[in-house]
Ligand binder design. Structure first.
Ligand SMILES: [Mg+2]
Length: 167
């Protein structure tokens, strides 16, 4: 790629097409199936619960062939002190200057103590029934969940946050 860095909008929906989050980011690199973005503090996230200001800059990693993405905050963020946050999702698709993906509810995050949390299990079960997630999608979600829980505990790629923050 010769035209990097460049601005890209990161736009996610839920499985029914409703807004999840949308925000501007800088695409730093696109190597193989992995895209790396920087999102500065002060960025406005347009979200399903209204607009939110990003208080802590983060690096976001997406893949076109993995059922998750991950955000590494430069410092603990929010009341839960989140350091690294993985969204289980469809693989991302870069469509011109928009990166599109579908959020599949479940999240795995780490905090400053190194505690690993699986979040939004209730939301996943609710949406799995309401939106009738296909069996193959559910299997992909559970495989991503198990992989991420292990990687978060061991600090394996892409939970090796020091390799990604500040790049
Ligand atoms: Mg979630």
């Amino acid at each position: 790629m010769t035209d990097l860095p460049r601005p890209v909008r990161i736009a996610s929906t839920k499985y029914d097409g409703s807004l999840h989050y949308e925000f501007g980011a800088t695409l730093l690199s696109h190597e193989g199936s992995m895209l790396t973005f920087r999102v500065p503090a002060g960025t406005v996230l347009k979200g399903y619960r209204g607009d939110v200001d990003v208080e802590t800059a983060f690096t976001a990693l997406f893949w076109t062939d993995r059922h998750y993405n991950i955000y590494h905050n430069v410092s603990p963020a929010g009341r839960r002190g989140i350091m690294s946050y993985a969204n289980i999702a469809t693989p991302a698709r870069l469509d011109g200057d928009v990166l599109r993906w579908i959020d599949l509810d479940l999240d795995v995050f780490t905090d400053a103590d190194g505690t690993v949390t699986l979040d939004d299990v209730d939301e996943f079960e609710d949406h799995r029934a309401r939106f009738a997630y296909p069996d193959e999608l559910v299997a992909a979600v559970f495989a991503a969940r198990d992989e991420l829980l292990e990687l978060a505990k061991t600090g394996g790629f892409p939970f090796d946050r020091e390799a990604h923050v500040g790049t």
